[in-house]
Ligand binder design. Structure first.
Ligand SMILES: [Zn+2]
Length: 314
């Protein structure tokens, strides 16, 4: 009796250890839990450290090399949409980078796209820690998460757009060079029909986080983000104010793709005489001290939770 109870105790203790030991927990992480915000912050800081990243600059080349390195390590299929743009500065090379995850053999497989630009303004001393840096870093951390989470039914494409920034101003055909080219390509080859959602990330590292309800964006898709943010207790950081913004999502909307600009449109002080998107927008004050890992965590987890919700109805 005594002996057998010892045996039972040992067996129970062993069972407890199996359950309690983190190494023994074999359930795979949900996609949004696989997102590492510290790593996203580190990537952002690395990219900002490369300095100016306008097309053709050394910083642009180093960013491109980093994106390629991470995608290769994470097992993504890497493609590029490369062309020469006609701009007010003359011809410029544009190189939009695409990392594809979870592609199936089904030619009709649904697709979700998460995008953000990796170029910066042609402005001396502008390093765009938040504008260009934060979305680049978040997408790299998405690649890491996708490499470690269970496969989604939807194909996931991470897109680093190039030459988003206007040379002079967002008027006529200036600005959004890479995204206009890619959206036209997806429309022309029939891929656009398969795209369930296009999410653009822009300036989402702002330590004082507030994601705008961008007014041209697809409303029902914003509702998915609201649900995802609510699930995670982040509701107050989303859609508390509305504003219309010309950004990389516009060409995709024009191609008939449901799209949302996930953008913090109040970066620094707001007011008369200041930039309409905040005092630090397009200013040399757009540096890493204005960016927080917590904001990257809130937006990153929310967007990957949104992908999970879309995937569940696929
Ligand atoms: Zn910008």
């Amino acid at each position: 009796m005594r002996r057998s109870s010892v045996v039972i105790f040992v067996a129970l203790a062993a069972a407890f250890l199996v359950v309690a030991s983190p190494r023994a927990v074999s359930a795979p992480l949900a996609l949004h839990d696989a997102f590492n915000a510290r790593q996203a912050f580190t990537y952002t800081s690395t990219v900002a450290g490369y300095g100016e990243r306008w097309p053709g600059s050394p910083g642009h080349q180093r960013t491109e090399a980093l994106i390629r390195r991470v995608l290769q390590r994470d097992g993504a299929t890497l493609t590029a949409d490369r062309f020469t743009a006609t701009t007010p500065r003359g011809p410029l090379p544009v190189d939009t980078l695409i990392g594809t995850f979870n592609a199936s053999a089904d030619p009709a497989q649904g697709i979700v796209i998460l995008a953000g630009h990796y170029d910066t303004l042609f402005t001396k001393g502008f390093i765009g820690a938040n504008d260009g840096g934060s979305s680049t870093g978040m997408l790299l951390a998405f690649a890491d998460a996708l490499a470690h989470a269970p496969k989604t039914r939807l194909q996931v494409r991470l897109v680093w757009t190039d030459l988003e920034e206007a040379i002079n101003a967002f008027t006529g055909d200036d600005g959004l060079y890479g995204s206009r080219h890619l959206a036209q390509k997806l429309a022309a080859d029939g891929t656009a029909r398969r795209v369930r959602a296009f999410f653009l990330l822009d300036m989402i590292g702002d330590a004082d986080l507030g994601v705008a309800r961008e007014t041209a964006s697809t409303r029902w898709l914003q509702d998915f983000i609201t649900k995802a943010a609510g699930d995670l207790g982040y509701g107050r950081f989303f859609f508390q104010y509305g504003v219309g913004i010309i950004d990389d999502h516009v060409p995709f909307l024009r191609a008939g793709i449901p799209a949302v600009d996930v953008v913090d449109a109040r970066y620094g002080a707001m007011g008369p005489g200041l930039d309409g998107m905040g005092a630090w927008h397009h200013s040399t004050a757009d540096t890493m001290d204005k960016v927080s890992a917590r904001s990257l965590e809130i937006v990153g987890r929310t967007m990957l939770r949104t992908v999970e919700l879309l995937d569940a109805k696929e």
